[in-house]
Design a protein around this ligand. Structure first.
Ligand SMILES: Nc1ncnc2c1ncn2[C@@H]1O[C@H](COP(=O)(O)OP(=O)(O)OP(=O)(O)O)[C@@H](O)[C@H]1O
Ligand SMILES: [Mg+2]
Length: 274
């Protein structure tokens, strides 16, 4: 059966991150995509100029109306923006008994712009993190969630992944993309099993939305795998191929961070728009 997957996230009009990117990743990986908009941004590949919150009651209404009709096999949660929206999402997902929740605790955009009010971190940690099947923080988000300094190497990431697991999610994917070096290492920890997924760092500026794409890919693939670690491995391989093909796209001025190529496996290469 084709999985129905829901993204609850913000809108990045440039389509490289947020709910538009999530829908691309779902589609590329054979899942039917649905979406609940939790926040709006005025954003391009360079920066976020403005954020418009969506009323928490309207986020709740979108979830209730959708789930009254559509079977949802997995959810990816991205930018929520405020503690009130965090509360609304946690409450409605619990009420509907939704399974397979991938929580990407988005706090700051690649451009450095803040996407989650500082006071919302506590609500996220208390209400949503314990509901997550998979939690996918980057290094600054992991540090904020734990109230600790950022990990500076893979050894520090290992112990941080264990402490993040103790906050309640079933699995932690601690992303090491922000560490310097030729290798990107992610730690996957479920409390009894830990694997380290290392891959060559791909040389491209087009890394806008790597985190969104990875968490959306995991949500799309979880219903297809008995072992969630296999879904995480496949999602990472998909992202690596999307990064490797990213320079085929010409989106943005080139001095920001352009998007990854979500449809690298479906579109013939070198079809030029010029
Ligand atoms: N240049 C790269 N080459 C290969 N893999 C990368 C590269 N940059 C990031 N990754 C991988 O992409 C995923 C996202 O990692 P990252 O730490 O960049 O997340 P993020 O900061 O949440 O991203 P975003 O800014 O899009 O939210 C991880 O699996 C990481 O290992
Ligand atoms: Mg991110």
């Amino acid at each position: 059966m084709i999985p129905n997957v829901l993204a609850i996230a913000g809108v990045d009009p440039s389509g490289g991150a947020g709910i538009l990117a999530d829908l691309k990743a779902f589609s590329a990986l054979g899942a039917y995509g649905t979406g609940v908009v939790a926040a709006l941004t005025a954003q391009n590949t360079r920066r976020v100029d403005a954020v418009q919150m969506v009323a928490p009651s309207f986020v709740a209404a979108q979830i209730d109306t959708l789930l009254a009709d559509v079977r949802i096999d997995a959810v990816k949660i991205g930018m929520l923006g405020s503690p009130q929206v965090v509360e609304a999402v946690a409450g409605r997902l619990a009420a509907h008994g939704v399974r397979r929740i991938v929580l990407d605790p988005v706090m700051v955009a690649k451009s450095g712009d803040r996407l989650l009010a500082a006071e919302a971190v506590d609500a996220l940690r208390r209400l949503l993190v314990p509901m997550a099947s998979v939690l996918t923080p980057n290094l600054p988000e992991a540090a904020d969630l734990l109230g600790e300094a950022e990990a500076g190497d893979v050894a520090a990431m290992r112990s941080m992944a264990r402490r993040l697991r103790a906050l309640g999610p079933a699995i932690v994917v601690l992303k090491g993309g922000h560490l310097p070096g030729d290798t990107c290492t992610d730690i996957v920890e479920d409390g009894s099993r830990r694997i380290e997924l290392a891959s060559r760092r791909i040389a491209t500026r087009n890394t806008h939305g790597t985190g969104c794409t990875l968490s959306a890919a995991i949500a799309a693939l979880l219903p297809r795998h008995a072992d969630p670690f296999d879904a995480i491995r496949e999602a990472r391989a998909y992202l690596a191929a999307a990064l490797a093909a990213a320079d085929e796209l010409r989106v943005g001025s080139g001095d920001g961070h352009g998007p990854v190529h979500h449809f690298h496996a479906l579109w013939p290469a070198s079809r030029s728009a010029d």
